[in-house]
Design a protein around this ligand. Structure first.
Ligand SMILES: [Zn+2]
Length: 247
């Protein structure tokens, strides 16, 4: 796989021996690739990512994988709050309100190749390929509801939750019921917490619960009927069963 290494960002520091185990997908929300490069390489902006992929599928390698790039910001996943230390950040030259408002075929094709390579090199699990909105659901929307997650699971880079067996879902549901947890809201919060989401304040602040569900729905919108709360519950149950049973 070929990268453009002409542009380098100095916005990074040491991972301090943390192992890489997550890949975070972002969009830049900027005008074009050149704007994104100057943004991600500007000392004043204090942000960066390891990779940037253009609309034409060119991959820019801005920060060496071995360093800690600054792309996640205030974030949380699986009780980890310093996401930058354990992740690789990939920015896509995409802006929902710009001319670059399409996830082009070439862009996604390069992204798939890059994820494939990184997954193999660092032994990253399928369930650890995440959206920025997964790790910062109350703050971030990227890569947004139009991002083609389906293309990633068709290429076996992420898991397909819909393939979870009904029997496995029943086991998970029974587990909650056997522990006297019957409220669907409580089950949803616990399930999302086990999967990795930040639910620390969600019990106390009802507004955060709806924001978390909104972030979740936009991430998994390609599953049918995500507009109905009953379907969301079923998808989350499938997701948890899949999560607990996949390596
Ligand atoms: Zn982002």
């Amino acid at each position: 796989m070929k990268y453009i290494t002409k542009y380098k960002s100095t916005n990074y520091n040491s991972r301090k021996n943390s192992k890489i185990n997550l890949i975070i997908i972002h969009y830049t929300a900027l005008k074009n690739t050149m704007d994104a490069i100057s943004h991600l390489c500007s000392k004043e902006k204090k942000v960066s990512s390891h990779y940037l992929i253009s609309q034409s599928g060119i991959v820019y390698y801005l920060v060496d994988d071995k360093y800690r790039a600054w792309h996640a910001g205030k974030a949380f996943w699986q009780d980890i709050v310093d996401i930058n230390s354990v992740s690789i950040g990939i920015e896509l030259d995409y802006n929902p309100d710009g001319k670059n408002n399409k996830f082009s075929f070439k862009m996604i094709s390069s992204l798939k190749k890059l994820i494939f390579k990184l997954k193999k090199k660092y032994k990253i699990s399928k369930k650890n390929i995440l959206a920025h909105s997964d790790i910062a659901p109350f703050r971030k929307k990227d890569p947004g509801k139009y991002f083609p997650w389906k293309a990633l699971y068709s290429s076996k880079l992420i898991t397909n939750i819909e393939q979870t067996k009904n029997g496995d879902v029943k086991i998970i549901e029974n587990w909650f019921h056997n522990h006297n947890i019957f409220s669907k809201k409580k089950i949803i919060i616990l399930a999302l917490s086990l999967i990795g989401y930040d639910t620390r304040q969600v019990y106390k602040k009802p507004k955060l619960y709806s924001e978390l569900l909104k972030a979740y729905k936009s991430r998994y919108i390609y599953y049918k009927n995500m507009s109905k709360n009953k379907e969301v519950y079923i998808i989350i149950m499938r997701h948890l069963a899949n999560f607990l049973l996949t390596k």
